[in-house]
Design a protein. Structure first.
Length: 186
């Protein structure tokens, strides 16, 4: 990690800057957060997400209040294929975005971006393999406001955030943030 002003910048971002300007991710994906997110995501136990989302809301409110950052115009949940959504029963990124949007008075749009093809599961893939796996997987379907935040549950290598942010930047977004509950250590 390196510092840019008051912000930490990872070495990957220094070498190859992403299309997003900021990421707001309050927790590491490790005990107990990893278990809470897994129970929420894979077992539909929403009670485990409630304290994480409440804490995330407070975290984001303090960032925008204390650091004079400007809130995004729109929250965009990381899209999921309809078949995966049916299998899981819900899109956790959309659920998180809707709760954050309601609490922070920011509109949410799950229809601006869609996944256009199925990819190999990202779990266990290297960052480079994830980026290759995600090539041309997202399609922007509507007008994009200038300031947006991509919302997801966990950022692992950042590949999904990078590819999705690039697609949104190409569609006209100029200030892109990534909001997630947790990031894998490392």
């Amino acid at each position: 990690m390196s510092h840019a002003g008051n912000e930490l910048v990872c070495s990957d971002c220094l070498i190859s800057p992403p299309a997003f300007a900021h990421s707001y991710i309050p927790w590491r994906y490790q005990y107990p957060v990893d278990g809470m997110i897994s129970r929420y995501k894979y077992n539909r136990q929403h009670k485990f997400a409630r304290p994480l989302i409440a804490g995330f809301t407070s975290y984001v409110e303090s960032v925008f209040r204390d650091q004079n950052h400007i809130k995004p115009h729109l929250l965009i949940p990381s899209p999921m294929l309809p078949s995966r959504r049916r299998e899981r029963g819900f899109n956790q990124a959309r659920d998180i975005a809707e709760q954050l949007g309601a609490a922070l008075d920011i509109p949410v749009s799950a229809g601006i971006v869609r996944r256009v093809r199925k990819v190999q599961a990202q779990r266990g893939l290297s960052r480079e393999a994830r980026l290759k796996n995600l090539h041309s997987v997202f399609e922007v379907c509507a007008k994009v406001p200038e300031r947006i935040a991509i919302v997801d549950d966990v950022v692992t290598t950042g590949a999904t955030a990078r590819v999705l942010a690039s697609a949104l930047r190409d569609a006209g977004a100029t200030e892109i943030q990534v909001w997630a509950l947790a990031r894998t250590p490392g």
